[in-house]
Design a protein around this ligand. Structure first.
Ligand code: UN1
Length: 496
């Protein structure tokens, strides 16, 4: 019998009030049940919020450097448990071990960065316009934050949200994606072992339409951070707008790599293989469009297909595997649907477009790396996020065209340009309409200490990571101290 896992609410591991559970299966072999996790209901969220409010009352009073010390210990424990967590993550999520180790490493980096921020959290002291008066700002915790996270970075993305939220003195309610509850469980274990006061973190498993919704709609949760689809993000945005909640959204992408005719093609080839087929194409930052200059198009696409067709599919736990499975049946159906759409639209399927024939892989959600050539701007496979190992290739005649094609989608997360021309590189840096642009590197691989996020319908103006996210999880308070001993009227009593 698979183990029944629990929620963590009010300082205890507890069964859900619903008594219901869902199965967590290995996407590389769906016969393997990893465990059963709570299919929680709104009452579990209500209990979690009450506990988080108690947690907040205490934790918000702890000095920020002390909060930072707890996060340092979290980083140390993640270092110790890196391999164990990576293996658990590969079992439930599917991506290869090198990548799940990288996912844990991103959490470690985020923890150590948060620790340093505990001794910064800068406010400002600025001159007052009046004599004998000081004017300054500092940062205060907000309250209870609701964090709703996706399957593709089961550890890193929760830490991007949770560690800054905690460092700023908030309490958190964590609702991980249904596909990756085990990694979430392990992360909460680590937080508790590191000495985080138990009421400060609550873990509530379950479905987005039930638990996620209850979190978004709860009046005592004042901050929401969500990573996932643009459609869900829009509806969360409507609720948060109505309820005056602070909201950070990180949503879809349709990221392009541009390869100019003066590019180092060997370098660009390694880049596109990693950007398009790493994580089986399931990154928000994945390279899903390849925009190639006509002068090198045929040669580059040939090189790409030769290599991509040889990528080794298999279970992520095997060290020789290069591409793991998709996350679940719906994900594979979506990929199959879009490959069909692309062919109907007139794209040419050069490789892939099918499940692997290998019998060994028939109980997993595998799909072969797929390259669609002859894609024209405006086709659905060029515009819509597929979230799988499908690359749409568009031929262009100039950098101007390449930039236009890159920008002409509703998303704006990351972009990439391969060239040896410094002027072209700087022009692209200025004109590519994305939150992140890479020069001579693929569209994936953002580092934890820089702001991460996109423009247009990828986000709503906030950034995760780096220094900027600390503004999101704190409230600015301004203090004026008038030590003149008399009434001074701003904007009126000014004198040189
Ligand atoms: C995501 O794709 O949702 O930049 C996050 C990267 C990773 C994070 C990706 N560091 O590819």
């Amino acid at each position: 019998m698979p183990e029944n896992f629990k929620n963590f609410i009010a300082g205890e591991w507890v069964a859900p009030t619903t008594g219901a559970y869902f199965e967590n299966r290995n996407p590389a072999d769906w016969n393997e049940v990893i465990g059963c996790f709570p299919r929680s209901g709104p009452d579990d969220v209500t209990r979690a919020v009450a506990a988080a409010q108690r947690g907040f009352a205490r934790w918000s009073q702890a000095p920020a450097p002390i909060r930072g010390d707890v996060l340092h210990r979290v980083g140390d424990l993640l270092v110790q448990r890196k391999d164990e967590i990576a293996r658990a993550m590969t079992r439930e999520m599917g991506k290869v071990l090198a990548e799940t180790r990288g996912d844990v490493q991103e959490g470690i980096d985020t923890a150590y960065y948060a620790h340093t921020e505990g001794r910064r959290l800068f406010g400002r002291t600025v001159p007052s316009e009046l004599r004998n008066k000081w004017a300054m700002s500092y940062r205060r915790p907000i309250g209870v934050a609701g964090l709703i996270t996706p399957f593709n970075f089961p550890l890193a993305i929760p830490t991007w949200k949770m560690f800054p939220a905690l460092l700023c003195g908030n309490a958190v309610i964590f609702k991980p994606a249904e596909d990756v509850p085990l990694t979430a469980h392990l992360l909460v274990e680590v937080l508790l072992e590191a000495g985080l006061p138990p009421d400060v973190v609550q873990l509530v498993h379950g479905e987005g339409s039930v638990v996620g919704r209850a979190i978004v709609e709860h009046p005592d949760i004042s901050v929401i951070s969500f990573t996932g689809s643009t459609e869900t993000g829009s509806s969360i945005g409507a609720t948060c707008g109505r309820m005056h909640k602070r909201l950070s959204l990180e949503m879809g992408g349709k990221n392009a790599m541009i390869v100019m005719d003066d590019a180092d093609l060997d370098l660009a080839l390694e880049g596109v293989l990693w950007g398009a087929f790493g994580t089986t194409g399931q990154r928000c930052t994945a390279t899903s469009r390849l925009i190639v200059h006509a002068n090198v198009h045929d040669r580059f696409v040939q090189l790409l297909c030769d290599r991509a067709d040889k990528l080794r599919l298999g279970p992520g736990l095997e060290e020789t595997t290069e591409v793991g499975p998709l996350i679940n049946e719906d994900a594979r159906k979506k990929v199959e649907y879009y490959v069909g759409v692309g062919e109907e639209e007139g794209a040419r399927r050069l490789i892939g477009g099918a499940r692997p024939s290998d019998k060994r892989l028939e109980r997993g959600w595998f799909y072969r790396p797929t390259v669609l050539a002859g894609v024209r701007p405006g086709m659905r496979v060029e515009q819509e996020e597929i979230f799988g190992p499908v690359l749409a290739v568009i031929k262009v005649d100039s950098l101007t065209d390449a930039i236009r094609v890159n920008n002409d989608v509703r998303y704006g997360l990351s972009s990439s340009l391969y060239t040896r021309d410094v002027n072209a590189a700087f022009r692209a840096m200025t004109e590519l309409d994305n939150g992140i642009t890479y020069v001579n590197a693929p569209t994936i691989g953002a580092e934890a200490h820089l702001p991460f996020g996109g423009v247009k319908q990828t986000g709503n103006g906030h950034r995760e990571g780096g220094w900027e996210v600390y503004d999101f999880y704190s409230e600015t308070k301004v203090v004026y101290v008038d030590f003149s001993g008399r009434l001074q009227r701003a904007q009126i009593d000014t004198e040189a």
